[in-house]
Design a protein around this ligand. Structure first.
Ligand code: NDP
Length: 454
């Protein structure tokens, strides 16, 4: 490629970045996710001129469909609440739209678009036939009774059902949406449509169409990705101290797998602060506190006694560790946090959450030679096992846990290898961000080119 061509590729990417900001005002998370991908694509657009065709990348950053709807519901005292529901069907070149639903008070269109955009590349990296989408609501489940959560889910599905289906769009869980919510959503879908369509939602309970190991898959997969990065440097997780943020589905299973592989996970957190436990987090106690009692993490420290303390409002990244696995939410690890981790000798950072490290933090890790696993590769185990759940539903079988876990391990190894090899191929060895973005992009772009201008 000539210097002129390379200049023209970067100019057109710059122009596209500006255009995305102009056309999608007040959506900073979506701008951030798009910028992060676009800034790594220049080498592939230069090497493969067919991808630089006018309109391909422009189509990729524009969702195929965006649905916004009203969700009215009544609380236990009879008061009416009105929330907003979203489903962004971003790209279906590789398969039906697939991605979770997030229920959190911070949800808005820009957040759902950033998550849906990331999901396109993540799903492509799994090698399974799934497109990218995401949805959710600004409903806040915290402090709500089961009956209130059920009424909300029923109202949400009363609109969403017309947009989804096993060959169209298959939602799953995310922040605030776990097995309880998926159950209520599935029940309402079944009632409205009169169809027992198992493959319309994933994350179902194992007794009625769910896959074993689906709850564990995101956290387990992320730990496998972290271990693969360490192995490339001649190390493993045995004896390493790990910091984990969050205390939900992803964090709990990350902690469980770290301990199983001989590491010492010493922290967990929620939005009120963090817990540090020198003896290692007791995952059974954490489960009891968070999943059964739906309590705050401070309750863990109170019950655990001596070895654990709760640090209100603190940042988990100030705890010295060899490995860090952010597993709560976007932009939870900033430049100051990255500097603290680097000062304390961190060797690897692997993203269980979606976009938890800010761009400045990622730059600092990469400059310091810390192995950095981006969420779209490192946390893809969850959606991969969701796709295996769809396979089981389609064939009306259910696989043993060992079989699902072996498939998960194989998929995570493939994703790691794909990212590493792609990074090498484009002259950026060890840069898993570039590797993940380009490998995901190539798969989606090939399918889009083959399917014509749609
Ligand atoms: P959960 O709802 O189960 O847990 C979320 C956890 O993060 C809670 O402990 C929550 O605490 C905490 N949290 C949220 N916001 C903050 C904050 N600002 N500061 C500190 N803690 C916070 O969600 P998941 O575990 O399912 O999801 C966690 C992350 O992983 C998300 O980024 C999600 O998109 C991503 N992910 C999830 C997948 C899955 O399979 N579930 C798949 C791939 C990615 P609090 O209760 O105080 O809000």
């Amino acid at each position: 490629m000539t210097r002129t061509a390379s200049h023209s590729v970067s100019t057109s990417l710059d122009r596209l970045r500006a255009e995305i900001e102009r056309r999608n005002p007040a959506e900073p998370e979506f701008h951030q996710a798009a910028r992060e991908v676009l800034q790594t694509l220049a080498p592939v657009l230069e090497a493969r001129p067919e991808y630089a065709e006018p309109g391909l990348v422009e189509r990729l950053v524009e969702p195929e469909r965006q649905i916004i709807f009203r969700v009215p519901w009544q609380d236990d005292k009879g008061r009416v609440h009105v929330n907003r529901g979203f489903r962004v069907e971003f790209n279906s070149a590789l398969g039906p739209y697939k991605g979770g639903l997030r229920f959190h008070r911070s949800v808005n269109l820009g957040i759902i678009k950033f998550l849906g955009f990331e999901q396109i590349f993540k799903n492509a990296l799994t090698g399974l036939g799934i497109g990218g989408g995401k949805g959710g609501s600004d409903f806040d489940p915290q402090g709500r009774s089961d009956a209130e959560v059920m009424r909300f889910c029923q109202s949400f599905m009363t609109e969403l059902y017309r947009h989804i289906g096993e060959y169209t769009d298959i939602p799953a869980g995310d922040i605030g949406v776990g097995a309880r919510e998926i159950g209520y959503l599935f029940g309402q879908y079944r009632r409205i449509t009169n169809r027992w369509e198992g493959g319309v939602l994933t994350g179902k309970a194992a007794g009625w169409g769910g896959s074993l190991i689906r709850p564990e898959a995101t956290g387990y997969g992320n730990v496998l990705f972290a271990e693969a990065m360490l192995r490339a440097r001649g190390e493993d997780l045995e004896g390493q101290t790990a910091v984990v943020s969050g205390s939900g589905n992803v964090a709990i299973h990350t902690i469980e797998k770290l301990a199983a592989l001989g590491a010492n996970p010493v922290t967990c957190s929620d939005s009120s602060g963090y817990v540090v436990d020198e003896k290692g987090i007791d995952v059974q106690l954490l489960r009891q506190v968070k999943e059964v009692e739906r309590e705050r993490v401070s309750a863990y420290a109170e019950r655990r006694g001596g070895s654990a303390r709760f640090v209100p409002g603190g940042r988990v990244w100030e705890v010295p560790a060899d490995v860090a696995l952010p597993s709560a939410t976007q932009n939870e690890l900033n430049a100051a946090d990255a500097a603290a981790l680097i000062r304390n000798g961190v060797k690897a950072v692997s993203e269980g959450a979606n976009m938890p490290a800010t761009p400045e933090a990622v730059d600092l890790f990469q400059e310091a030679g810390v192995a950095f696993g981006p969420g779209k590769a490192a946390n893809a185990g969850g959606v991969a096992v969701s796709a295996l759940e769809m396979t089981q539903n389609a064939s009306r079988t259910s696989w043993k846990a060992e079989r699902v876990e072996a498939e998960l391990a194989r998929i995570m190894t493939d994703i790691y290898t794909t990212c590493a090899e792609t990074a090498d191929r484009y002259g950026a060895p060890g840069d898993y961000v570039t590797g993940a973005n380009i490998a995901g992009f190539e798969r989606v772009a090939d399918a889009m080119l083959a399917q014509g201008l749609i």
